[in-house]
Write a protein that binds this ligand. Sequence first.
Ligand SMILES: *Cc1c(COP(=O)(O)O)cnc(C)c1O
Length: 466
Amino acid sequence: MDRLTRALEESEEERSVLAKKIFDFGEHFIGSLQQQNAYNSYEASPLKKNIFAIDRELSKIDDILEILNESLIKPGLNTATGRNMGYIPGGGLYSAALGDYIAAVTNKYAGVHYASPGAVSIENEVIAWTAKLVGYAEGYGGNLTSGGSIANLIALLTAKKAKKVKAKDIHRTVIYCSTQSHHSILKAIHIIGLEECIIRYIKTDNNYRIIPLELKTQIQSDRKSGLIPFLVIANAGSTDIGAVDPLISIGSIASRQSVWFHIDAAYGGFFLLTERGRKKLTGINMADSVILDPHKSLFLPYGSGIVLVKNIKHLLKANEYTANYMQDAFSNGNYSPSELSPELSKHFRGLRMWLPLKLYGHKAFADYLNEKLDLAFYFYTNCKKLGFEVLSIPDLSIVAFRYVVNNGDSNEFNKRIIKEIQNDGKIFLSSTTIDDKFMLRAAIVSFRTHKEDVDILLTLLKNVLP
Ligand SMILES: *Cc1c(COP(=O)(O)O)cnc(C)c1O
């Protein structure tokens, strides 16, 4: 056979040219972050029609990078800057990106232990490190997911299997959470076929934390009326305002009532690296399942979540399968990620987390997270000084605030503030609605956010006031 295949296997020199141009592109991006906006609206920088079209004509790498520079980098949110304080930022560690590079170049198969004992062991090490942080003893199971939503999905499916929820009982099966629960929880409930369950939103206190007595009373009264209490979901750092539910009290209630206890620590989990965080999150090890998002409070690039289940048996049960063509795969006594999640072939996600932890150690992360807690308190104090109403002292590093106008519509006024800030673009903030109040949020999570960035925000806020 004449060999027609060449194009996809670059020569050493071709690789070196490509790599240099792409690494230079990355350098230029990081080097100019200080000058970049945190937000460019689509209206201000719309995409040219067909700019990304894949056509018959080949493109030169320089032209491709030019297109990416204009049409990928510019429009929308710049999640890599420290001035992105909308939603829940993370940042995207450079060393993690380099970990991804190695993962992709070697294309190690992280789904099955025998295919790459090294890759699976690196993933297991990352999971073990996180399980230890959470305070789980031996016997736990875990999986690296693409994010918190899938991690929640796996956890809730595991709960459903462990508690043997039967189709005929779904209409009288009860799930307990609060209005602070992330929407991915409801999405997961739908996906796993439990949308006909009864969902109880337990009353929260002034700091938007579940009131344990309300939970206990509700579970008891549900049981009395013949319903089946099944699952309670607590937040360890809610998305809206970073609220941490009273985990110990909820954990005791769940355990006494034989209800599955799930904790959503997607945003808050890695604050366990700090002393203040550990205090706030005491009781997290009581959870039957817990999720964390390394692409939030561990600053990794998007595509990193973790689910942990206290008893691996339940995680195995929820994902068990057999297939003839997999008969060689499970012989050496080591669990594989594919037995603990819905995925088979998957990105080798462990390396992007393992590499920064190996290079810089967990203390570096603790220092950064402590800085975020300090900055959030600094912002809270100064924002109040400017005359803003702040919902509560931040539990972690998210502050929800608004300006109350004496005569006129406060919601309209705060909507105008957010528009002005987004139009300016230097800083990006997002908003939320809590108890019918339109609130602005400053989520201080990115590793690149430092005091000077928070000061820019405070100045902006000062200037938008009447
Ligand atoms: C972000 C978040 C999620 C969803 O995680 P993704 O990684 O965006 O899928 C779930 N719960 C909480 C509390 C979150 O902050």
